[in-house]
Ligand binder design. Structure first.
Ligand code: F6R
Length: 357
């Protein structure tokens, strides 16, 4: 039930702190340490390369997850769009592990890859919100998202849950492998939970940005570098699917290689600045678009903020910043759609679970 919320999407955005707490609880042992099924840890440790396969928002979560698996667990990881992978399989490593990320566990494009790689005798782990779903039943292993039912077509809490579960998996594998990681995940996830709550409590402010920047625009761009680039891609997908604004997420440095031609007077450019190593360069990219007339909406993280930033999210570990900054983009998309009179929970041409090729 939607309860007091106007839409399922808004309810599900608000549920994210609770989902984070639930995940922290579900993936903890009696001693208060992160835990993942031993067989799954073994499967990851055995792999010489991980292939993440997914669609849409789940693919976007995979982009963030790749960073954890490589930087924390030390396993080379590739992220693939399922519908491409099935027709154009890359040269596989000797000991691949496949990770399917799917909120519904029913996406036909992802399932086609699962069937193909099982025929080749490879091992599969499904990360899904739905125990007993097709992708869960047909894989060797499953990790559950514990996000609760996601009803709105636009995925929100499943994305943050997917990222959190991938982070936990990478850390448990790192620990098992004796790799020291300088991020103490449990307390950091608690900080993330508080930061998401703070952003949601500020929804009214973000609604103001949605009306100011997005209510009447034809198009919009998201720019960011590294982790912020991935969040920009997800933010643009959310904005497109529910508000019908043509939106694109770009790597900050890539915009000038063509797409900058689309920047006109007043084009909204949403810039994400949560990563210290690229803070100066993304600021440079903002100047490039502003010089061409763009209207910048800058979302920075506390500690990296500068004069003129539009919104500042609370400080969390920068590897986990996507969990917080994405909530700003979810709320921007929600309120943009609302003020443009769109059917937020049931956007045109879309179904919640895409069970056809
Ligand atoms: C976007 C969205 C879709 C899904 C995609 C994969 O908001 O919901 O892009 O993420 O169809 O669905 P699952 O995760 O169920 O495989």
């Amino acid at each position: 039930e939607k309860g007091t919320y106007a839409h399922y999407m808004l309810k599900e955005i608000h549920e994210q702190p609770g989902v984070m707490r639930k995940i922290i609880q579900e993936y903890q042992d009696e001693k208060g340490e992160l835990k993942i099924d031993k067989d799954i840890v073994k499967a990851v440790r055995k792999a010489d390369r991980i292939y993440i396969v997914a669609c849409g928002t789940s693919y976007n979560a995979g982009l963030v997850g790749k960073e954890y698996l490589e930087k924390w667990a030390g396993v080379p990881t590739e992220v693939h769009v399922a519908s491409e992978f099935v027709y154009n399989m890359p040269l596989l490593s000797k000991k691949p592990l496949f990770i399917f990320i799917s909120q519904s566990g029913e996406t036909a494009d992802s399932r086609a890859v699962l069937v193909a790689i099982k025929e080749l005798g490879h091992t599969a782990l499904t990360i899904t919100n739905v125990p007993g779903s097709t992708l869960s039943r047909e894989a060797d292993h499953t990790l559950i998202l514990h996000a609760g039912p996601e009803i709105a077509v636009a995925s929100t809490k499943a994305y943050t849950a997917q990222i959190a579960v991938l982070a936990i998996l990478a850390q448990v594998v790192a620990k098992d492998a004796g790799i020291k990681v300088d991020v103490d995940l449990l307390p950091e996830l608690a900080k993330v939970t508080a930061a998401i709550t703070a952003v949601i409590d500020d929804a009214h402010t973000i609604e103001g940005f949605a009306t100011e920047f997005l209510e009447t625009t034809r198009n919009a761009f998201f720019i960011g570098r590294t982790m912020d680039y991935y969040v920009g891609v997800e933010g643009s997908l959310k904005l497109k699917e529910i508000s019908y604004i043509q939106a694109e997420g770009f790597a900050g440095g890539e915009l000038k290689h063509g797409t900058i031609a689309l920047i006109e007077d007043g084009t909204p450019v949403i810039a994400l600045a949560t990563q210290e190593s690229v803070n100066l360069s993304i600021r440079g990219n903002v100047k490039e678009v502003v010089a061409r007339g763009a209207k910048p909406l800058i979302v920075a993280m506390e500690g990296l903020e500068q004069d003129g930033d539009t919104y500042v999210i609370p400080q969390v570990h920068e590897m986990l910043a996507p969990l917080v900054s994405v909530v700003v983009t979810q709320l921007l998309a929600y309120y943009a759609a609302l003020h443009r009179g769109c059917d937020v929970d049931k956007p045109r041409n879309l179904a919640k679970s895409v069970t056809v090729e």
